[in-house]
Design a protein around this ligand. Structure first.
Ligand code: ATP
Length: 240
């Protein structure tokens, strides 16, 4: 099993031209901990994940993982440090088979065949449906199956922490339940999770702790249980 590590984010900011999308936010994700970031459309959640992955320039702040300073590490190297990323909208390659899509997830690790095979077997064990459909084109999978493929692809590099951007987006309530089961399973496997969602209900069920983002800032933090019962959160994010 991979070594546990803590993600520490301090004073992270993202600007697009003159627009401040993320305004000096901080939080930590401990080993095996599952943390959610909830917030409305445009609150800065996606920009936060992209900044952690080095996919958008950070205009300030410090990111460390397992004691390693990642602040200046390039996107293509972040994966090697044990951080997996499942982008919003899944982005699987529709014209490639399920198995080819998965193999691409191991690419950054530059492994030999045996290790890739072992990772593949693990992913197929976690998602039997991907094993059954391994020779099908990814474009032929349902939305929920593509989401599992996107998660499986990230797992191929054996991350210690996985960042997920709106895995429930566009999925039916039944498939959202399936995604929840997947997240619970990943937690049980000891992976650390950072989950970004507009679906607060799913997030509270899948995580132990949450950050609420509003206008690029951290508006509230707490355990998922506390926040789920908070009057303001219930009104704004749960529509109750
Ligand atoms: P979503 O639910 O849509 O993913 P979000 O909470 O993830 O929302 P971001 O996508 O991070 O929010 O956007 C935060 C702010 O930054 C918004 O005001 C958005 O319009 C702006 N923004 C995002 N990407 C860009 C960009 N490439 N260029 C300019 N502004 C951007």
């Amino acid at each position: 099993a991979p070594e546990p590590a803590t993600l520490t984010v301090e004073g992270l900011s993202v600007h697009y031209g003159g627009v401040c999308a993320v305004d000096s936010i901080g939080f930590t994700v401990g080993p095996g901990q599952s943390v959610g970031i909830i917030g409305a459309n445009g609150a800065g959640k996606t920009s936060t994940l992209k900044a952690l992955m080095g996919l958008v320039p950070r205009s300030g702040g410090r990111v460390t993982f397992g004691g390693t300073d990642l602040t200046r590490v390039k996107a293509r190297d972040i994966v090697r440090h044990g951080i997996g990323y499942v982008p919003e909208g899944r982005h699987v390659f529709p014209g490639l088979t399920v198995e080819k899509n998965l193999m691409l997830g191991a690419y950054a690790r530059a492994w030999r065949g045996a290790e890739t095979k072992r990772s593949l077997a693990e992913v197929y064990e976690l998602f039997p449906v991907l094993g059954e459909m391994r020779s099908r084109l990814a474009g032929a999978l349902s939305g929920g199956q593509q989401q599992m493929l996107a998660v499986g692809r990230a797992l191929m590099a054996r991350p210690r922490l996985i960042l997920l951007d709106e895995p429930s987006m566009g999925l039916s309530p039944k498939l959202v339940e399936d995604i929840l089961a997947v997240l619970v399973r990943l937690r049980e496997e000891g992976l650390s999770l950072l989950l970004v969602e507009q679906n607060a209900k799913l997030t509270f069920e899948a995580t132990s702790d949450c950050v609420v983002m509003e206008n690029g800032e951290v508006a509230m933090v707490g355990t998922s249980r506390e926040l789920r019962d908070d009057v303001r959160v219930r009104r704004i994010y749960l529509g109750l």
